[in-house]
Design a protein around this ligand. Structure first.
Ligand SMILES: Cc1ncc(COP(=O)(O)O)c(C=O)c1O
Length: 475
């Protein structure tokens, strides 16, 4: 073996030792997850010294490095799979998928074209087909797994742009509610649109896109010579879990030959349950849909997914060519997944979902999703029963919002709610963040983690209220 290769290799025994140490660390993490603090905000200067020391020329001891990574890197971040991590959208991971990630990295499994990756391609197609069927999309629908919801939205909207506008972006206009995730605005920016070409319509009292307001704005824009081409609906907003009226929007878009895209990055996975299907009528009628397995399908980062009603729309936008690909092109009927999304070199991302669905069975996923909705309802009931806590929006999918309300609205309540979040972030018992609804800061729990118990919910709410009382007492 050449000296240069030897320097980048471990002996079989060293690989086993290191691998076993890594696996042991991961197992401990899963076993101890609820005994650790959820989030600790640290002073950047505190961490600079150890993490920014120069990279050495000489090898260092792997066991010591692992200890350093475990303490300094992984010891200092938001534990998004912790049962009391309720902020943003948690990522309640599972161990089988973690091992799948290790396998994909170890085999360096590519999933870009058939020539190099027929196995990974078939596995990804099978997983996409399963998701497609869950969402009720027709057989000709297809898609691709992405790094997450932002890239999945970008991918879908690129296909919508090309299908609808044939390269002529001027005067084109699209619509969404003011509750839509800003990843959509960023996608529009990247796709070459001006901010005014995405119209954010004020949502109704239930944080949904009001169809009448959409209709009248649409008609006025046509009158002004604009070219409406797309409506972006929410299949579960990040703020409150609200679902836009998908059947009415589908009907409206069909009549007006407009593309209907649904961002279900967080909420669409609920379709696995009967309750979720009832909450997401019309999901099967959209032209494109985003669903993020790294949210409510319990996968580690990064895994998003885009499904498009007619997969040829993705192919039109993303088909990859190049003289260096001539051998790939000679394989008859081969599906090359890099023709369906923006990445060329892409790993076998779907393996973690495929393996965990098989290992645990779909019913385990179904009941874990149902548990998230039940936990949000439980949280709502607790908030309703607590003095000085005020429900703002009821449990929708798995989000509930509320306020610490010492004396109704007003400046004191606003300051108290911001202070409650900050106090919680330094305390580390639970992580709860806020959002803004109707101009007021509100606290928000996203309860998709099946590890979360009712006790976790209740003790978190009580602690938040105590922080609020403490703030008011010291005012
Ligand atoms: C509704 C919605 N859309 C898009 C995104 C962006 O997804 P990602 O963070 O995976 O890029 C999120 C993230 O929380 C989301 O909740």
């Amino acid at each position: 073996m050449s000296e240069s290769l030897e320097q980048l290799q471990l002996s079989p025994q060293a690989m086993r030792d290191f691998g076993n140490q890594v696996v042991e660390l991961l197992v401990q993490r899963f076993v101890d997850i609820d005994s650790s603090l959820v989030t600790q905000i640290r002073d950047p200067a505190e961490l600079t010294d150890s993490l920014q020391s120069p990279f050495p020329d000489e090898p260092q001891d792997l066991e010591q490095l692992l200890a350093e990574v475990s303490d300094t890197v992984f010891g200092q971040f938001g534990q998004t799979m912790h049962p009391r991590f309720f902020a943003f959208v948690p990522s309640p991971n599972n161990f089988v998928s973690v091992m799948a990630e290790a396998l994909v990295a170890g085999f360096n499994a590519f999933a870009g074209n058939w020539l190099e990756a027929s196995g990974p391609t078939q596995m990804e197609l099978a997983t996409l087909q399963w998701l497609r069927r869950q969402c009720g999309l027709p057989q000709q629908a297809g898609g691709i797994f992405t790094s997450g919801g932002s890239v999945a939205n970008l991918t879908a909207l690129a296909a919508a742009r090309d299908a609808q506008l044939a390269g002529e972006l001027q005067n084109a206009v699209a619509y969404c509610s003011d509750q839509t995730h800003r990843a959509v605005d960023r996608a529009f920016h990247l796709l070459g649109f001006k901010p005014r070409q995405l119209v954010r319509i004020p949502s109704d009292a239930h944080q949904r896109l009001p169809i009448e307001a959409l209709q009248s704005r649409f008609a006025a824009d046509v009158e002004r010579g604009l070219r409406p081409f797309c409506v972006i609906a929410n299949a579960g907003t990040t703020n409150t879990g609200a679902v836009d009226p998908l059947p009415e929007l589908a009907d409206f878009c069909r009549k007006n030959k407009t593309w209907l895209h649904a961002d279900g990055a967080y909420g669409a996975a609920a379709v696995l349950t009967q309750e979720g299907r009832d909450l997401l009528p019309g999901l099967s009628e959209v032209d494109s849909l985003v669903i993020d397995p790294h949210k409510w399908l319990f996968q580690p980062y990064e895994l998003g997914c885009v499904l498009v009603r007619d997969r040829r729309d993705l192919y039109r936008t993303f088909k990859m060519t190049g003289e260096y690909l001539q051998d790939v092109e000679t394989i008859p009927d081969a599906i090359n997944l890099y023709d369906f999304g923006p990445q060329m070199t892409r790993s076998a991302k779907a393996l973690k979902l495929w393996l965990s669905l098989r290992a645990f069975g779909v019913s385990a996923f179904r009941s874990a999703i149902q548990r998230g909705m039940d936990a949000a309802r439980y949280a709502e009931g607790e908030v309703r029963s607590m003095d000085r806590m005020e429900l703002v929006t009821s449990a929708q999918l798995a989000v509930v919002t509320f306020r610490y309300a010492p004396c109704g609205d007003g400046q004191l309540a606003e300051e108290a709610n911001r202070a409650v979040v900050h106090r919680g972030l330094t305390d580390g018992f639970a992580t709860v963040t806020s959002t803004v609804l109707g101009g007021n800061s509100v606290l928000r729990l996203c309860t998709i983690n099946p590890r979360t118990t009712n006790d976790d919910v209740r003790s978190t709410l009580e602690r938040l209220r105590a922080f609020g009382d403490e703030f008011v007492a010291n005012k």
